[in-house]
Design a protein around this ligand. Structure first.
Ligand code: CA
Ligand code: CA
Ligand code: CA
Ligand code: CA
Length: 253
């Protein structure tokens, strides 16, 4: 394949009265199971003809496939907080949309039906959830960091199956948290969990095995990038004008 040096617009769509929240990047997900991904946007639908956001706003997810479909989620109450994610967590070949609110997670299908919600998050949800099969049993887990300093691990049915401690501090920790990178660094069939708050950390078999203090911002964390350099993993964390590249080191089995 070669690139002919050209780029063309496939389509552009004017979403009248739809306000996309800046922190929510568009998601790709196949929510109708036809094998093609839709573009999923989360935002507010504004009925008013004025530019003011009014009390009549309804929260909607826009799904852009061959045509635009709006999924009304105004029956779900909560404040948008961290970005949503689209993954198939129940093996029906359709991606569900996992929406983290301040203190609750909702999973909805492509019609807006609530599949489950989970509200025992232990304080606000700090990170975009990630979906990954961390124990290689063929079933996906959903992981995020909560204000109580723990990574919550939910199964595909929304049950809390594990909690892993990231920080143990008495004072209220004000920093935010990145979403988590899940990589099997030592090739033992279980994924290690790498993330960062004011420190980069790695959790292996449920226990924090190292941390590296980087300081940095209090919010808007880019997820860590884990690069496999021929089996020699490097972890890249960037913020402001700094890049940290860490070597995970040998992990004893
Ligand atoms: Ca589709
Ligand atoms: Ca599904
Ligand atoms: Ca699993
Ligand atoms: Ca491992």
């Amino acid at each position: 394949m070669s690139w002919n040096g050209q780029i063309k617009e496939v389509y552009s769509i004017n979403l009248t009265n739809f306000i996309i929240l800046p922190i929510f990047k568009p998601l790709g997900g196949d929510i109708d199971g036809d094998g093609k991904k839709e573009i999923i946007l989360l935002g507010f639908f504004q009925k008013s003809t004025t530019n003011e956001i009014t009390e009549t706003l309804k929260d909607k997810i826009y799904v852009i496939g061959n045509n635009i479909v709006a999924i009304d989620i105004s029956h779900i109450t909560g404040d948008f907080h961290a970005p949503p994610v689209a993954e198939d967590i129940n093996f029906d070949r359709k991606d569900e949309i996992i929406i983290p609110f301040l203190v609750e997670i909702y999973v909805i299908d492509g019609k807006g039906n609530v599949i489950w919600n989970f509200d025992k998050v232990g304080g606000e949800i700090l990170s975009q959830p990630v979906v990954s099969d961390i124990d290689s049993d063929g079933k996906p887990e959903i992981l995020f960091i909560s204000r109580d300093g723990k990574i919550k691990v939910l199964n595909g049915e929304g049950k809390l199956i594990s909690e892993y401690e990231v920080w143990k501090r008495d004072e209220i920790v004000e920093v935010g948290a990145s979403s988590l990178a899940l990589v099997d660094i030592d090739f033992d069939g279980r994924k290690e969990i790498i993330g960062w708050t004011d420190e980069v950390f790695m959790i292996r078999n449920g226990v924090k095995v190292w941390n590296f203090i980087v300081g940095g911002p209090k919010g808007d964390f880019e997820p860590p990038l884990v690069v496999n350099d021929d089996g020699d993993f490097k972890i890249v964390v960037t913020f402001a004008n700094r890049i940290y590249t860490l070597k995970a080191g040998k992990v004893k089995k």
